[in-house]
Design a binder for this molecule. Sequence first.
Ligand SMILES: [Cu+2]
Length: 420
Amino acid sequence: MTTLKTFLAALALTTLSATAAPLAAQTAAPPSPVANPGAVQTAPQGAAVGPAVAAPAAAGGLPVTSAPAPAAGPTAGTNAGDTNAVVTDAEAAASAAKPKAPPLVAPTPGIGMPDGRMGLQDQFTEVGEDARTFHNAILMPIITAISLLVLALLLWVIARYRRSANPIPSRTSHNTTIEVIWTLAPVLLLVVIAVPSIRLLAKQYAPPKADLTVKVIGNQWYWTYQYPDNGDFEVVSNMLKEKNEVQPGTRARTDLDGPRLLAVDERMVVPAGAVVKLIVTSNDVIHSFAVPAFWNKMDAVPGRLNETWFKVDRPGVYFGQCSELCGARHAFMPIAVEVVPPAQYAAWVASKGGTMPGAAGAANPDATTPASPATAAPAAAGAPMAVGAAGAPSDPADNATAAPAPTTQGATANEGSQTK
Ligand SMILES: [Cu+2]
């Protein structure tokens, strides 16, 4: 156990040294004496995060995510799962044997992806349905009618008032009746459009109480998804390349993964029928999280938490793309959301080293509330050790270790899931 902690601390410090002061790396060199305070210090931070530490206290596992720097890129992110296992207070062997992930859900052609048809994609959220109806039944007919009316008027003027047919032009400059009509008609039309438009807008920004919160983070050029309600594990999602683009033996895209340029190695998985709250932010530049079949499009802005939501009842895979020009590989950071039955979601969470809230874990996937009381336990356990560590003069390693913590904290401290 102590060896594991030492190893973890060394790992954390080495990772950090890439971004933090080089001094940190030097301090990490003497193995146990310095490394241990580092390990001790990461623990209370994890405790401060809350739900991340809390649930496992009861469950026996301890997936603390404070160790890896989430901003450090795909490799660090991918390691997160393993590192979590190492931190576990229970036997390392037990956590090493994570349950296998449930099989991939195969995408349905034409659903949740473009398929050559004109118009909007089929919608799978209530907001999407409303928006699609609004577009197809109200906006398009009005736009078409106005365009045809203007075209007809133009043609009529061109034909009727051409010079050969109308040698002496009228000198009329005012006509009160027609002026009132062409002022009032557009106003009325806009009012008619405004009513369903504002209703739809309000619906998008008035989410029901969330069953699950996922923090979506844009990176150049991939997405990470954090699950604060399920032990705060993180999934790093990269586009899958074609078979002829990768080294032999490397995973390439198959039809089971999805269409070319949309398939990813790790999907965002959510339970069907649950209200999923997305907290959208970015690590570097502005991205945009967009899934057309859900009617979701939300900017991912560094330093800002944007919120959107969806609730999808139909299990399946739905694809989207980054929709804000974000750099060289903007076109190659697709989004894949896999909606699965709740039981399969639980299996997936377990395969990622996460935890389901509550004993049954089915009725309410929102972990925050049940987890919160447990937060006290690790904090209390960690406190004396933390004091001991703090008693030692703070060295550069302290600062270095503290640096990455805020990144994970943002995901868990949302009020919506706490009030649940
Ligand atoms: Cu982007």
